[in-house]
Design a protein around this ligand. Structure first.
Ligand SMILES: [Zn+2]
Length: 88
């Protein structure tokens, strides 16, 4: 049997990793957001809705036309429908 106390430690670690990775994907500090997400899982939601602070290869980039943040692989902007220059 697994020690139930294990989950007490495992859950914040899962929150920390989830929040940290999402923050990193948005160009933010992995450790800082991971730390806060462990204690305040609401931070994960905050990071989720936050706009990236810089382009992160493979995750987010700026629309070349209107400047809104779109997913890296999107070929056209969801805000202004401008076709994006494809980046590999
Ligand atoms: Zn656009």
């Amino acid at each position: 049997m697994l020690d139930p106390a294990l989950f007490v430690y495992a859950v914040p670690i899962i929150f920390a990793v989830t929040g940290g990775v999402m923050a990193a994907n948005r160009g933010r500090n992995f450790l800082l957001w991971g730390f806060f997400s462990a204690f305040l899982p609401i931070c994960i939601m905050i990071v989720w809705f936050e706009k990236p602070i810089k382009e992160v290869k493979g995750h987010f980039r700026k629309c070349s036309s209107c400047g809104e943040w779109i997913k890296w692989k999107e070929t056209s902007c969801r805000y202004c429908a401008a076709t994006q220059v494809s980046i590999t």
